[in-house]
Design a protein. Structure first.
Length: 201
């Protein structure tokens, strides 16, 4: 009987020893999400900032959230007007360009660049033209992309014009995007339209 009681006590002590720390608070693991710099687009300037950051971060959902979409808002669908040289080179691609084409190009772009590769996007000579029903943002842009396997940069430059309109809920989005070559006197580079055509497939 004493032996049975002794074994039972040893068994209880073993359970207590193994279980100590079972109910202690653990340090929570970091969430497996990428940081996002997207801000509520309550002003046209915030839309431009979100747009640039989404491109640099290769964040598809944030990028598409900057564009007008009748499936989500009361505005007209997003429209892209390519540079004339790109339209001549890729007429069948750009004649039907819509938000779905924009999504496909950017998704392909984000996938083809490795995680360590971040494109650089710089705006210069920026202007905001306030109109009765919209704000038009005009700027010269420069995009630099470096592939990790090489030391070569791919550069794209031109002038963009974004027509930014307000939704019924007070937020803003890009309704129309017009692309054009860089001003005369600048070193010739392919435009953003060509970048879209290259990464579309």
């Amino acid at each position: 009987m004493k032996k049975l009681l002794k074994n039972f006590i040893l068994f209880l002590l073993l359970i207590v020893w193994v279980g100590c720390g079972l109910f202690e608070t653990r340090t929570p693991e970091e969430p497996n999400t990428k940081p996002s710099s997207f801000a509520p687009p309550t002003e046209p300037e915030i839309v431009v900032s979100n747009f640039a950051n989404a491109f640099i971060e290769k964040n598809l959902s944030n990028y598409i959230a900057c564009l007008s979409d009748t499936a989500l808002t009361d505005l007209e669908n997003f429209e892209f007007i390519p540079a004339s040289a790109a339209l001549s080179q890729y007429p069948s691609l750009f004649n039907g360009w819509d938000i779905n084409a924009e999504r496909q190009y950017f998704n392909s772009f984000a996938i083809k660049l490795q995680d360590a590769e971040k494109p650089k996007l710089t705006f210069s000579n920026m202007q905001y033209d306030k109109r009765p029903d919209s704000v038009v943002f005009v700027a010269e842009y420069l995009i630099d992309i470096q592939q990790s396997e090489t030391t070569n940069f791919s550069s794209y430059a031109g002038t963009l014009q974004l027509t930014i309109t307000q939704r019924s809920n007070g937020t803003w989005s890009i309704r129309r995007w017009r692309d054009a070559p860089a001003h005369e006197g600048s070193s010739p580079k392919e435009t953003w339209s060509i970048l879209k055509a290259i990464y579309y497939n």
